[in-house]
Design a protein around this ligand. Sequence first.
Ligand SMILES: [Zn+2]
Length: 286
Amino acid sequence: MSDPVKETTGTEEAPKEEGAKEVKPVGQFRSAVRGVLSNRWAGDITLAAILALAFVLPQKEIIGKSQVINEIKRKNTNYKEDPTTGDYFCGKLAEQVPLKPLKTFTVCGSTFEAQEDFGEIAMKVSRDMEADYQKYKEGKMSGGEKMKYWAYVQKSGGEENVRCLKVNYGYRDIVLQRQIYWNSLNDEGKKAWKSDEPIIRDKHQTFVAAPPCQSYHGLGLAVDVSNWGAAEPYFWKYNIPGGSRGIYKDPWHFSRGEFERKGIKDAAKQWGWFEVCEKIPVCKKH
Ligand SMILES: [Zn+2]
């Protein structure tokens, strides 16, 4: 392995990941319904329906694919449809259409979809993590190695986080991306989005999520990882810096291709990320 002690950001638990907010209202609703059904009003479907309206509708907006496509067309001048997925891509991402086929991967007990070569990297990251963890548990590390690894475990929030790669999301279609994006907007942001006014990240969003048609998750070239602090040094071995180091303020996000853009070096400087940048070929080019 590389030197995780030096390199890890040492994050503990899963950060508030992009989809987290979406689950909560449903959870509230479910527990409310469970409460209703377990007491003397059991079976009162009408009450459950009222609760559904009260809890779910104001908080979650569910819209279908054709509506998302309409929104994309209305808000973007440059877009392209991928013939295989029916998803839409905008700007630079549109140049990558049609997508290479998506493949399903299972890692650490969860399943995600990704373009094959990118998904393979995530699998390698997990295998590397697993191999090191095994070595540690079986007492096969030298004294120095063991001490470094132990420090890495502490920084990562414990052994549970270093065992393997925990992927929350790989590929996301435009409908799911739109849901997550919508959940990321505050009330003012939601109003702006509805009236097709520009969304300002720091003003309108409560967490970072790309609009539908602009996400690398749509290309199957990104994963969101819950144990990102532990995984980060392992991704670096494959030249993937991720959203870590604060560039996008979403350190759980690891992607390929996203950093092949002008301005990466400026961003690296701004966020004190220069040392990492030096290790990455696409960064050196700029
Ligand atoms: Zn992501």
